[in-house]
Design a binder for this molecule. Structure first.
Ligand code: SAM
Length: 222
């Protein structure tokens, strides 16, 4: 079998998936992760709500000799799975709100979630439905920063507001530090270009800057 090269974002997701179980890639689209997993011997279910997207994944699998090793299913979210069928469910490349709608309160042993936005909302939700956040990494891919959250069953400790905002691993994460420094520069520029009468805009930029400053102060990296 040939293999598919994963970018930094999909590689970070791949690395959170333990060997040995069944992995469902929900919203697989291009299918790169599913095909790579199948090529590496994982049992894979690849699904998408869009038949056209799933056709892309199937084509990639065929080109890489992995079509027979993947169970392709068209459908909405976790409806494509029978109870207990998947050990790990990956949902990535969607917003936190969309991910929350999909995971609802299903008792999946391990979620690996790549939310493109609204990560604080997703973290708060996971904690509220008694899931624990096992790891929460910043990933940089093509100049953009992403979060990859692995969440298991079990009650987590209470997270601080900074941990809800940036993930509980930000203290030791060099990529988070890099991102925070860039964000502070960007927000400061934004603040300076806003007219003084735009008090709402300036207050919002200042509050956001303050959050990043606080997080940087809490970082254990120099
Ligand atoms: C931007 S792509 C992400 C592809 C891939 N997972 C990644 O991370 O690169 C989002 C895919 O999710 C699919 N999708 C959106 N909502 C879905 C749902 N409720 N159930 C299954 N698939 C969904 C879309 O059709 C689309 O193919």
């Amino acid at each position: 079998m040939d293999t598919v090269r994963l970018d930094e974002r999909l590689s970070a997701i791949y690395l959170e998936i333990p060997a040995g179980g069944v992995v469902a890639d929900i919203g697989t689209d291009h299918g790169k992760l599913a095909v790579r997993l199948a090529s590496d011997g994982f049992k894979v279910i690849a699904s998408d709500v869009s038949a056209a997207s799933l056709a892309k994944a199937r084509r990639l699998a065929r080109e890489n000799g992995a079509e027979k090793s993947i169970d392709f299913r068209v459908g909405d979210g976790l409806n494509v799975l029978a109870d207990g069928e998947a050990d790990t469910v990956v949902i990535s490349g969607m917003g936190g709100r969309e991910i929350i709608k999909i995971i609802a309160d299903k008792r999946i042993p391990l979620y690996v979630l790549g939310a493109q936005r609204d990560q604080p909302l997703l973290r708060r939700y996971l904690i509220s439905v008694n899931r624990t956040i096992l790891s929460d990494k910043t990933v940089k891919c093509a100049g953009r920063y992403y979060s990859v959250i692995a969440s298991g069953l079990g009650v987590d400790r209470t997270l601080s507001e900074l941990e809800i905002e940036f993930g509980k691993d930000f203290y030791d994460d060099p990529l988070f530090k890099e991102r925070a420094e860039k964000e502070i520069k960007r927000l400061t520029r934004m603040y300076d270009t806003l007219l003084p009468e735009n008090t709402w805009g300036r207050q919002a930029a200042a509050a956001e800057t303050e959050k990043y400053r606080e997080a940087l102060k809490a970082c254990r990296l120099q």
